[in-house]
Design a protein around this ligand. Structure first.
Ligand code: UDP
Length: 379
């Protein structure tokens, strides 16, 4: 790969999953990477400790974005990014996924005529109630290089009329994130025994999406199902700050009496817990991918998913309610044989080379941009 000038590739991010999925690309880019954190989720548990754990350089931070309504977040981040890009224009801008931070990064690149790379392009839930669906459709419209994780993501983009030459199937960088950050076996054993857990003998759960946390009956139904499961085997729940606030406000804390509640886990800790869980119950996007690398069954508690690849073997999609317990018991009943079957399957999200492929695409894009700028100056 041709060496890129220092700070010539701006990576705009703002939430935990973006840190996870861009970490290896930032490492591969080295001094060429210029990381801008919009502050969408600035919180020590969700971002601060993650930066250090993932070995990321200290980002430039925007202010006035976190905790604001969606339109204000996007507008404030766009304004801040425009100032940064005017002062020091990058050769390319990279965004990942479907957050407000990613949409702001895409709009800022577009406004300054900077080439835009979209990591995790072509995901569609077809659920117009999700702000993320609108974000990802808009980013794909604006992007110059669309890094599709799977051939199905590419097919979706082609069906929407995106020209083939803009799309590359790269795999999803979450695969290398899991490979790089899963702690070694002795460390995992220590972690499990410190929590009194047996390998393959517990359920790991996460809940943070607004459709589950902001709708009180849905939140009560999810917690009720976890409480019922906890009567049969330990249930471990690293609790997202948003969910904790909602549980407390709704007076639902007693439902968590039998559940092992933890603070949000560091990435390595979370992967270690996921690696040995008999079952995972989650509404997270990233967890739907990670479970395919770790070979563990998953019950996805959501109205829709943009990751149908996970549903083929690894995951089942259920609404918040009794379907959770029914699906969980079905998967748990498959026992060690079920776990062996999943462990033998490849992840549909690639082989752990996505970040390197994406870095090579960025280098090509930046080289073309430099040649164009040189010609313009010579003319
Ligand atoms: N995660 C973590 N600690 C936790 C829960 C999740 O490190 O306690 C990781 C998880 O492995 C995944 C990412 O956070 O990589 C997912 O973030 P989140 O669920 O917030 O966002 P989503 O993927 O739904 O956009």
């Amino acid at each position: 790969m041709k060496t890129l000038p220092a700070r010539s590739v701006a990576l705009v991010l703002g939430t935990r999953p973006e840190l996870v999925k861009l970490a290896e690309l930032i490492r591969v880019l080295g001094p060429a990477a210029r990381v801008v954190h919009t502050g969408q989720h600035y919180d020590e548990e969700l971002s601060g400790s993650f930066l250090a754990e993932l070995g990321l350089p200290e980002p430039e931070y925007l202010t006035g974005v976190g905790g604001q309504p969606r339109a204000v977040q996007i507008a404030a981040a766009l304004h801040g990014l425009d100032g940064l890009f005017e002062a020091e224009p990058p050769l390319a801008v990279v965004v990942q996924g479907d957050t407000n931070a990613a949409l702001a990064g895409a709009l800022a690149a577009n406004a300054r005529d900077l080439p835009l790379v979209h990591v995790e392009a072509g995901l569609r839930s077809h659920d117009r109630a999700m702000p993320e669906e609108h974000n990802r459709v808009l980013i794909d419209r604006l992007a110059d290089v669309l890094c599709a994780a799977t051939p199905d993501n590419r097919a979706l983009l082609l069906a929407e009329g995106v020209p083939d030459e803009r799309i590359a199937v790269t795999g999803n960088p979450v695969v290398e994130a899991v490979q790089d950050h899963l702690p070694a076996a002795p460390e995992r054993t220590l972690l499990l025994s410190s929590l009194g857990l047996r390998p393959d003998g517990y359920v790991l759960a996460t809940v943070h999406r607004p459709e589950n946390t902001d709708d009180e009956p849905a939140l009560a139904a999810v917690l009720h199902e976890l409480a019922q499961l906890a009567r049969e085997l330990p249930v471990v729940l690293p609790l997202h700050p948003r969910t904790r606030a909602r549980v407390e406000a709704a007076g639902l804390l007693p439902l968590l009496d039998g559940v092992t509640v933890l603070p949000p886990a560091g990435y390595g800790t979370f992967l270690a817990l996921a690696r040995h869980a008999a079952l995972i119950v989650s509404d997270s996007g990233g967890v739907q991918e990670e479970t395919t690398v770790l070979g563990r069954p998953l019950v996805v508690v959501r109205n829709s998913t943009e990751r149908p690849e996970s549903l083929a073997d690894f995951a089942e999609l259920v609404d918040p309610g009794p379907g959770i317990g029914a699906a969980a018991r079905r998967r748990l009943a498959e026992g060690p044989q079920g776990l062996r079957r999943l462990a033998a399957l490849p992840s549909p999200y690639g082989d752990g080379t996505a970040s390197r492929r994406i870095a090579a695409l960025i280098a090509e894009l930046a080289a073309a941009r430099t040649i164009r700028q040189d010609h313009a100056m010579a003319a």
